[in-house]
Each structure stands twice: as structure tokens, then as C-alpha cells.
Design a protein around this ligand. Structure first.
Ligand SMILES: [Zn+2]
Length: 259
């Protein structure tokens, strides 16, 4: 059974048993992780914004923890993140499993600075994992919406009303600040990457004003449902026999990083 990586908010480590802490050094940076198990599957967890919530979205050390997962032999990662809704029928507290992505962040971050390598990103999230989770949510009667489109912005500011109107017309369903570069770098390292989003608020212009307090209030209420979902999603991901093309870039990754 495969070890699963999990990137999400602090406190999630509490759902695992036998938790041990460890760290990974990337240059001057030390990435601290928690390792534990759930439903018979081993999980390596890191809080995306740091254990003290010290990294704003554009300063998250994405590259370092993607390398960390790869160095630990982790080839499948589940990301968990808060998003704004672009759809009137998708209210705060909704759970979404996107299958498509629009990069409006123009981050341009890549693991391939020293050689030319164009990664295939036709299906940005692991198609087999999206399918598996979609089937299982339907079977369990869990209210999680699969096959939506995530729009990634640079942040840390929220969007303008005009930007939101444009992004909605462009086909976006939810908007967030971290899937680019996280999902891009995961694919570049040949990792199967699945994203689960929780809607924390309607995007700008769709409600009066977005406050941080509101985001935290909705998220703490949604937390229990997300934790329940992770209790079956993580074992499902760990046990999955994956044969899609997500891992193809691993060959180039190994050449560049000598692993
Ligand atoms: Zn995959």
C-alpha cells in the first residue's frame, strides 16, 4: 500500500494515529512534517501555510515539500484548500473536487529551470483519483461536487468584482490562491495529485464583502465534514492501483535531480 502525502490546514494531524514528527532540509529551509496512519494507510502531512501559519500563499515553499514527498517515495498527494465560490448555487461550506484548472496566477514556478521540459497538463488533477472519489462520494451519499473548474490567482489579495465576473464567464467554478503552483509542481515531479476544496465564501461582488472572520467561521463548521471525508479518501488513495500518465514526468525529474 502506498504512502499518501497530505497538504492542508494545521490541526489535521489530529485525525491520525501514531503521529510522529520529522523534518526535511531544503537549503536553508526546514520543512517539518507529521507522519501517522489512518484506516491502515500511512500519511505524511504538512500544513501548507506552515505550523504557525507563517507563509502567505505566494510565499509557500511549494518546491521544497514536493521534493520532500518525492524523497520519501510518496507518489500520491491530496491537497485540501479553501476557495471562493463563483457559482450562486455553490454556497459556503460546499465541498468540491475539481477536475480542471485555469491558471490566472501567472506564477510561472517550475521544477525545470535548468532544462527545457514541457509537462503535459491536459488533466491537471489525477484523473483516476478524481474518478475514484467521485464514484465513492456518490456511493456514500456524500455531498461533494466533482468535475468542477478551479481558477488559481496569485493573491494574497482577494479579487475585484470585475475579475470575478470575468473568471465566471471564463468557465471557473471556484477560485483560490494555491493550486498553482502546487498542482503544477506535483505533476512535474510525477506525483498523482488530488485536490479537495471547501467553499469558505462567495467570491467578490457576489456578496457584500469578504472578511477573514467569515472565512474562519465557515471553515471551522466545515472542518468536521472534511475530516470525515478524509477518513475514507486517504485509505482509498493509498490503496488505489493507479495506471494513468501522471507519473510520466518522473523520468525527467530523476534526470534533473539525480535521484
Ligand atoms: Zn494520476
Amino acid at each position: 500500500m502506498a504512502v499518501v502525502g497530505l497538504v492542508g490546514g494545521t490541526g489535521l494531524e489530529k485525525i491520525f494515529s501514531g503521529v510522529e514528527e520529522g523534518s526535511y532540509r531544503a537549503g536553508d529551509l526546514e520543512i517539518r512534517f507529521a507522519r501517522g496512519s489512518i484506516g491502515g494507510v500511512e500519511v505524511v502531512f504538512i500544513p501548507r501555510h506552515g505550523w504557525s501559519h507563517e507563509y502567505p500563499p505566494h510565499r509557500v515553499p511549494y518546491e521544497a515539500y514536493i521534493h520532500m514527498f518525492r524523497s520519501m517515495g510518496v507518489d500520491r498527494v491530496v491537497g485540501l484548500s479553501a476557495v471562493g465560490s463563483l457559482r450562486p448555487d455553490l454556497g459556503p461550506g460546499s465541498i468540491v473536487v475539481p477536475s480542471q484548472l485555469i491558471d490566472y496566477s501567472l506564477h510561472g514556478r517550475t521544477l525545470y529551470d535548468s532544462r527545457v521540459y514541457h509537462v503535459d497538463f491536459t488533466r491537471p488533477y489525477c484523473p483516476q483519483l478524481v474518478e475514484l472519489v467521485a464514484r465513492e462520494t456518490a456511493r456514500r451519499g456524500v455531498d461533494a461536487k466533482p468535475y468542477y473548474t478551479y481558477v488559481s490567482t496569485y493573491g494574497p489579495r482577494f479579487e475585484t468584482a470585475a475579475e470575478i465576473s470575468m473568471l465566471r464567464r471564463a468557465g471557473g467554478d471556484v477560485v483560490g490562491m494555491t493550486s498553482v503552483p502546487e498542482s503544477v509542481l506535483a505533476r512535474e515531479a510525477g506525483i498523482h495529485y488530488l485536490l479537495i476544496c471547501v467553499v469558505s465564501n462567495y467570491a467578490a461582488g457576489m456578496q457584500e464583502r469578504v472578511t477573514e472572520e467569515e472565512v474562519y467561521r465557515v471553515m471551522s463548521r466545515a472542518r468536521e465534514r472534511i475530516e470525515d471525508m478524509l477518513r475514507w479518501v486517504l485509505p482509498l488513495v493509498g490503496e488505489a492501483d493507479l495506471s494513468d500518465s501522471c507519473t510520466l514526468p518522473y523520468e525527467a525529474y530523476r534526470e534533473v535531480y539525480g535521484v
